[in-house]
Design a protein around this ligand. Sequence first.
Ligand SMILES: Nc1ncnc2c1ncn2[C@@H]1O[C@H](COP(=O)(O)OP(=O)(O)OP(=O)(O)O)[C@@H](O)[C@H]1O
Length: 265
Amino acid sequence: MMAEVAMVPETEYVFDVHGLNLWYGSSHALKDVDMQIEKNSITAFIGPSGCGKSTFLRVLDRMNDLIDNVKITGSVLFDGRDVYVDYDPMDLRRKVGMVFQRPNPFPMSIYDNIAYGPRLHGRPPKSELDAIVEESLQRAVLWDEVKDRLNKSALSLSGGQQQRLCIARTLAINPEVVLMDEPTSALDPISTTKIEELMVELKAKYTIVIVTHNMQQASRISDNTAFFLIDSERCGYLVEYGETSGLFFNPRDKRTEDYISGKFG
Ligand SMILES: Nc1ncnc2c1ncn2[C@@H]1O[C@H](COP(=O)(O)OP(=O)(O)OP(=O)(O)O)[C@@H](O)[C@H]1O
């Protein structure tokens, strides 16, 4: 009888970035970044202020397109297709959602915040919209807190609730990836814990990429971490990228070790 061979599942990557360089005008902000981002995982970007973490995050959903004078070279593949060649930016952003540092609910009801994206993309009937609103709020673990006040203004929610609402709003258009730029830096510790738990739950269905200044947060919740630094010409580059446990507890690069042990940055 043939021995059974245990199959190790092949890692699937949603993003595959090669030789990425980015300039703001004449200022070289990111140099030669290569990175593959694993599907259904949390990837954290860490590094000192100005090293290009947010810039790199915005490369992934083409948000830098909205800034004048940005030049990008290299390739950024999302699901095997080039983000800058094969995608319309609006189609891309439907698949790659973004949550920002400061909760930014629209000045309208809780319901309308969530319904906004689906209405924009296809005008579903009311019953379908109701189901999307409930499901998105459930996924963002906010439903129980707001189900009796869906017609109240989103601005009446607490900061932590507003951020979960913004996450629910992003989930309502059914993205594959959720990018989060310091999503808890404006929140208190209890709200931060809720968002962290939520991210860990969400990775079963989505791929999460997060910029964070909080190294404990990166080590608590992320599967992979990318550490960026700035060189003598003020240009950001990737120092080390890999499994979070390895990067924090057994870094390959002395600069990573110095940064995570608080020797600089
Ligand atoms: N819209 C812009 N126009 C010109 N330069 C910019 C712009 N946005 C960022 N930069 C510059 O690019 C560099 C990287 O900035 P970025 O915000 O990506 O860094 P970061 O690592 O996310 O910083 P922080 O942790 O402080 O948010 C910085 O020198 C910054 O001043």
